[in-house]
Design a protein around this ligand. Structure first.
Ligand SMILES: Nc1ncnc2c1ncn2[C@@H]1O[C@H](COP(=O)(O)OP(=O)(O)OP(=O)(O)O)[C@@H](O)[C@H]1O
Ligand SMILES: [Mg+2]
Length: 254
């Protein structure tokens, strides 16, 4: 589904350039749940932005659903972004002074759906994240966890194939973060492809595999990672099915 080959990203810095991604190659299959970890400044968000077509690489090949992204026109890229990808960010990125229902309707209205259809789908999406009782609340009337659930409902409402989550639990306490991870796990079990950045090993343990980035490069997997994730007791709340799939992911990779 996602195939990156030798991706570079450089930003101009005075007369020189700052190379942030230094040759990233990565394949993610349909239905995989991948966590990306690494130190602050290592290039995780830059990579996510490239995967999400919010930014373009300086060099390398990015094939998304078998199409070379660089060959798509701006309009085609915008279309892929709005129909195939759902974004979830650390700071929720909700619009102020707009209730939950309208927040979630926005992507559909943007795609040209009628108000009635948009509202119907938005209600369904809010129901999935357990927020049916809060549809008329503005962000300032919602807890952090509820705001993130609105953001997930908004990401889901277009039925995207891929969900990109950049530190989705970064602004949440452990318990609330856990609720968000339960929703992402359920989506993964329904077959969505999920790529998630996190700093927390406990959060990464929900994914099928973890990729580490350091200084713009993917680090080889350490055997310790496999051991840790193969042991379901490390995260007792991970359902057995997920733990099994995690094992399968490891086998595929090697
Ligand atoms: N638009 C930009 N122009 C110049 N440099 C940038 C730009 N965006 C990011 N950088 C630099 O690229 C590097 C990687 O940034 P990035 O946001 O990808 O890191 P990150 O791994 O997501 O870090 P964090 O864990 O803190 O979110 C940083 O050194 C940052 O300063
Ligand atoms: Mg980041």
């Amino acid at each position: 589904m996602i195939q990156l080959k030798n991706i570079f990203k450089a930003y101009p810095l005075g007369h020189e350039s700052l190379v942030v991604l230094k040759g990233i190659s990565l394949s993610i299959n349909v239905g995989e749940f991948v966590a990306i970890m690494g130190p602050s400044g290592s290039g995780k968000s830059t990579l996510m932005n490239i995967i999400g077509l919010l930014d373009t690489p300086s060099d390398g090949s990015y094939m998304l659903e078998k199409k070379e992204v660089a060959n798509l026109s701006e309009n085609e890229q915008a279309d892929v972004r709005s129909k195939r990808i759902g974004f979830v960010f650390q700071q929720f990125n909700l619009l102020p002074r707009m209730d939950a229902l309208r927040q979630v309707m926005q992507p559909l209205l943007y795609q040209g759906w009628s108000r009635a259809e948009s509202e119907k789908k938005a209600r369904e999406s809010l129901h999935i994240v357990g927020l049916s009782e809060r549809i008329s609340h503005n962000p300032n009337e919602l807890s952090g966890g509820q705001q993130q659930r609105v953001a997930i409902a908004r990401a889901l409402v277009t039925n995207p194939a891929i969900i990109l989550a950049d530190e989705p639990t970064g602004a949440l306490d452990t318990q609330t973060g856990h609720e968000v991870m339960d929703i992402l796990t359920a989506l993964s079990n329904q077959g969505k492809t999920i790529v998630m950045v996190t700093h927390e090993p406990r959060v990464a343990a929900f994914a099928h595999r973890t990729i580490r980035i350091e200084d713009g490069l993917i680090q080889p997997a350490s055997p310790h990672d496999g051991l840790r994730r193969a042991d379901p007791s490390i995260h007792p709340s991970v359902p057995a099915a997920t733990a099994k799939r995690s094992g399968a992911g490891q086998a595929q990779k090697s």
